[in-house]
Design a protein around this ligand. Structure first.
Ligand code: GLN
Length: 196
């Protein structure tokens, strides 16, 4: 059984809990999901999911609750992480001084940058590692302004929207809002299989 931690200080948590369970079923892996709102809960986890929501609130709370150093340890141990939308902002590098980002994923992220033109949109994406296009929902999505040392897995209009850096996959969109478990599978389970 794999223990999957979902960062649950704020944001769309329940959708990710369901998506992880679906992805586990798809790879025949037993998964237990643990919501993380305080310290000492993440260190046992094999996997981590950092959901979307409000990155200012999420970053403030993970520092206040002492979860931030545990996220760093999780990444340094090479354990898989999926960071979506606000989660991507928090794990990457963001110039906005209302967000204390962790810089664990080597990307420069700008908050709400897609949203200046259109608040939300949906598109089908070709993603490296997936055979068929993925239905991607963007909601006030961040822009990955510089993917730096990360591998770009998908782009929209020439801008990266999914990246991989070490054990972390980051997406500007919300893979938990469709029934399609493939991004969760790719980020969280396929890499576990690859390291075993
Ligand atoms: N705009 C949000 C932020 O900057 C992210 C949007 C989302 O997670 N859906 O925190």
């Amino acid at each position: 059984t794999l223990l999957a931690g979902v960062l649950a200080v704020q944001g769309n948590v329940s959708e990710h809990v369901r998506a992880i369970s679906r992805a586990g079923e798809a790879v025949d892996e037993r998964v237990e999901v643990r919501e993380i709102r305080s310290s000492s809960r993440l260190p046992d986890c094999d996997l981590l999911l950092a959901p979307g929501g409000e990155s200012t609130t999420i970053s403030r709370l993970i520092h206040k609750e002492g979860i931030a150093p545990e996220i760093r340890d999780h990444v340094e141990a090479g354990k898989p992480v999926l960071a979506t939308c606000a989660g991507l902002i928090v794990l990457g590098r963001c110039e906005d001084d209302r967000v204390e980002s962790l810089g664990l994923l080597d990307v420069e992220v700008e908050r709400n940058a897609f949203g200046r033109q259109r608040d939300s949109f949906e598109t089908t994406l070709d993603v490296t590692g997936l055979d068929e296009p993925f239905p991607a929902v963007f909601i006030r999505a961040p822009v990955i302004a510089d993917s730096r040392s990360c591998e770009v897995l998908a782009s929209v209009e020439g801008r990266p929207v999914a990246v991989r850096g070490g054990p972390i996959v980051g997406t500007a969109f919300h893979p938990e809002l469709t029934d399609d478990p493939r991004i969760h599978r790719l980020a969280l389970f396929d890499s576990v299989a690859a390291t075993q």
